[in-house]
Ligand binder design. Structure first.
Ligand code: AMP
Ligand code: MN
Ligand code: MN
Ligand code: MN
Length: 276
């Protein structure tokens, strides 16, 4: 199996990079990319843990990006970690994430009457690159919602009580930086943005024109119908195809690492571009 999209406890995943390597090997994954949100801090540990194993590691990162009125996710795969442009973008995105976290914490404090929200989220995350899932866990721990989904529905989802619109990077900038870092820019889970077909076509066209290389045809538990639709989009726009579980940890993700469905045969797998 090949898994080019998963998360560690350096972003909003549960497992350490070392535990991810163990899980990946148990699932017979051969090629693995860790794609934490706006950080590559986990990559070093992942590489160390994979030494002398059958696993090939690909550098990865998942960037949050503003496109029109949506927040979309773009993966940088096989990027040069040392690239200055990449390091700068990661630093900027982290600053945006931390600023946003303070504002979300204030909103949760106001609407849920929870004290020390930011500190509680940091203690759950074990770092300061707080994502909304950490805040969802704070709200759940206080007994205000029955599950994480409801925390998103009531508080953290777009337009909800504790939602903070954020200025992330944009499509042309993120693709330019990934290209500068000699990587491949992949549009993550294209069907997760609730776009109309017309809007999705606009996004794919813009992504292509900006120099994007491919789309995720398989993400987590994609249905057969969705996979086939994404495969035909990838062919229509001459995109390479990527695959990943988007695994965040047991209890958070239905599909474990490397256990997503197989990429349809009529796609051009991204990893065929790499000298592995
Ligand atoms: P952030 O990058 O901090 O805005 O958080 C986005 C992350 O929240 C995604 O990568 C998912 O891991 C998680 N997420 C988004 N929507 C939901 C939802 N409705 N329920 C549970 N988790 C979600
Ligand atoms: Mn996530
Ligand atoms: Mn994502
Ligand atoms: Mn992801």
């Amino acid at each position: 199996m090949i898994d080019l999209h998963c998360h560690s406890n350096f972003s909003d995943g549960i497992l350490t990079p070392k535990e991810l390597v163990q899980e990946a090997i148990a699932s017979e994954v051969k090629i693995l990319a860790l794609t934490d949100h706006d950080t590559m801090a986990g990559v070093k540990g992942l590489r160390e843990a994979s030494l002398n194993t059958s696993l090939t590691i690909i550098n990865g990162v998942e960037f949050s990006v503003n496109w029109k009125k949506c927040d979309i996710h773009v993966l940088g795969l096989n990027v040069d970690h040392e690239s200055e442009a990449l390091q700068n973008l990661i630093k900027q995105q982290n600053e945006r994430r931390v600023n946003r976290a303070f504002q979300i914490a204030d909103k949760i404090n106001f609407s849920c009457k929870i004290e020390s929200v930011y500190e509680k989220a940091c203690s759950i995350a074990g770092h300061e690159r707080i994502g909304r899932p950490h805040f969802a866990q704070v709200i759940l721990n206080e007994g205000l919602v029955p599950d994480l989904q409801t925390a998103f529905k009531r508080y953290l989802g777009r337009g909800r009580l504790a939602y903070i619109p954020t200025v992330w990077t944009n499509l042309s900038e993120v693709i330019r930086v990934i290209n500068q870092a000699h990587g491949h820019a992949i549009l993550a889970h294209p069907l997760k943005y609730s776009l109309t077909q017309m809007k999705l076509n606009d996004l794919l066209k813009e992504f292509k024109e900006a120099g994007g290389h491919g789309i995720e045809v398989v993400s987590g538990d994609t249905t057969l119908a969705d996979m086939n639709m994404l495969a035909s989009y990838s062919n229509r726009y001459h995109f390479l195809a990527s695959t990943g579980s988007d695994f965040h940890g047991k209890g958070l993700s239905r599909i474990s690492i490397g256990r997503q469905p197989q990429l349809p045969l009529n796609c051009q797998p991204i990893w065929h571009q790499w000298n592995l």
